[in-house]
Design a protein around this ligand. Structure first.
Ligand SMILES: *Cc1c(COP(=O)(O)O)cnc(C)c1O
Length: 397
């Protein structure tokens, strides 16, 4: 195996400079643990950024991928496959949706949602209704349409002209949202909890208010559950807490527990706007991705993972509150399930680095917010270990 320094040098020499990387090279994972090329062990509270919700190398997912790869890896969407049918049926059974479209990432799922909303509007609302309202501080991906949908200038700077037909409203403000609606508006797209925006949790009634606005104005409600979905907040989908149903929803991150896969779901009424030739993806619904998604969803639903997420989420949040009482640099703690954050009065980079040196991986969303998204199979012992490292690191800051 290559030495860690060699892996880093070879990467920096040959890979485009788009990521600010932590100077470690990871080689193995199991559950909530990772090992680097020097054999150092880490407790992983990043989980691929809310991707490996069942933990690394979950045996059910490994087994499913192994079994599939021996049989058939890929065929075109010109043909039917059983794994695709099964994943779609599971998603439909456990959500508001009637139909699924498969792709490979969150950005692609959101692209598909934007296209479906426009197509539906074009056919049912008239050609001049194409505008989507998205939220300030949102995050929807890095393609041209999704950086346009993303209400943060730092992701758009240098890439203009952006796509036409997007306007932004403040998050968690139904009055301002309704005021932003124009005769051109065909829908509203938002995250139930803003992830990259800093784990921003709206008021309890917010999603219901947005639904009501969409109903009254006869426009579409599109939820980006790429980060909140697949159990992260303690329910399979975060919208389940709100008592409402969206018209379109996007998924990716944890859907394949680390195998790249995305999905865009919709009701029959909306999905009808797509017909053969309107949208496609070569790899969308790939057999290995579907094997991974099938095993991930079944494990999540059948093995008490959501219950553990709720229980450990409450435990972790209470522990963070104890830390807050002790350390003045913590200005607030918040979270839902195991999507948690700690807002600081200082920059978080030094804390992240000090944690990493002590064997705990966390990251920042925004300069001053620590984010915690451990695997949903995390134990009380592992949370205690993380809290004790954070406590030690924050001492004297
Ligand atoms: C990560 C993320 C995306 C983008 O997903 P990619 O797979 O990186 O394209 C979109 N929306 C939300 C809410 C996300 O957290």
């Amino acid at each position: 195996m290559m030495k860690e320094k060699k892996i880093m040098a070879l990467s920096d020499q040959n890979i485009m400079n788009t990521y600010r990387r932590v100077p470690i090279a990871l080689v193995k994972g199991e559950g909530a643990r990772l090992w680097d090329a020097n054999g150092k062990e880490y407790l992983d509270f990043v989980a691929g950024i809310a991707v490996c919700n069942l933990g690394h190398s979950h045996p059910n997912v490994v087994k499913a991928i192994k079994k599939q790869v021996k049989n058939l890896t890929h065929v075109s969407n010109l043909y039917y496959t059983q794994p695709q049918a099964e994943v779609a049926a599971l998603l439909v059974k456990h959500s508001f949706a009637d139909k699924a479209f498969f792709c490979n990432s969150g950005a692609e799922a959101n692209e598909a949602a934007i296209k479906l909303a426009r197509k539906y509007a074009h056919e049912n609302m008239g050609a001049d209704k194409y505008e989507l309202i998205t939220m300030k501080d949102s995050f929807h991906g890095r393609t041209m349409a999704t950086i346009t949908a993303t209400g943060q200038e730092k992701f758009q700077f240098g890439f203009t002209p952006l796509l036409d037909g997007f306007i932004y409203a403040p998050f968690n403000d139904p009055v301002a949202l309704e005021a932003a609606i124009s005769p051109k508006t065909c829908g509203i797209m938002l995250e139930p909890i803003q992830g990259e925006g800093g784990v921003i949790i709206p008021d309890e009634q917010y999603l219901a208010r947005v639904r009501d606005i969409c109903n009254r104005h006869k426009i579409l409600m599109i939820l980006d559950e790429v980060q909140t979905g697949i159990g992260r907040t303690g329910k399979l989908f975060a919208y389940e807490y709100s008592g409402i149903k969206p018209d379109i929803m996007t998924l990716a991150k944890a859907l394949g527990n680390g195998f790249p896969v995305g999905a865009m779901l919709a009701t029959n009424e909306i999905a009808k706007a797509f017909s053969p030739g309107n949208h496609a993806s070569t790899f969308g619904g790939n057999l290995l991705a579907m094997a991974a998604a099938n095993a991930t969803l079944k494990t999540m639903l059948d093995e008490g993972v959501l219950e553990n997420c709720q229980k450990m989420g409450d435990y972790f949040l209470a522990k963070l509150q104890t830390l807050k009482a002790k350390h003045a640099i913590i200005s607030s703690v918040r979270g839902s399930g195991l999507m948690l954050a700690c807002a600081l009065t200082i920059e978080g980079a030094d804390i992240v680095k000090a944690c990493q040196e002590r064997g705990l991986l966390i990251n920042c969303t925004g300069a001053k917010t620590l984010r915690f998204v451990p695997p949903l199979i995390i134990t009380q012992n592992d949370i205690d270990a993380a809290i004790s490292i954070l406590d030690e690191v924050m001492e004297g800051k």
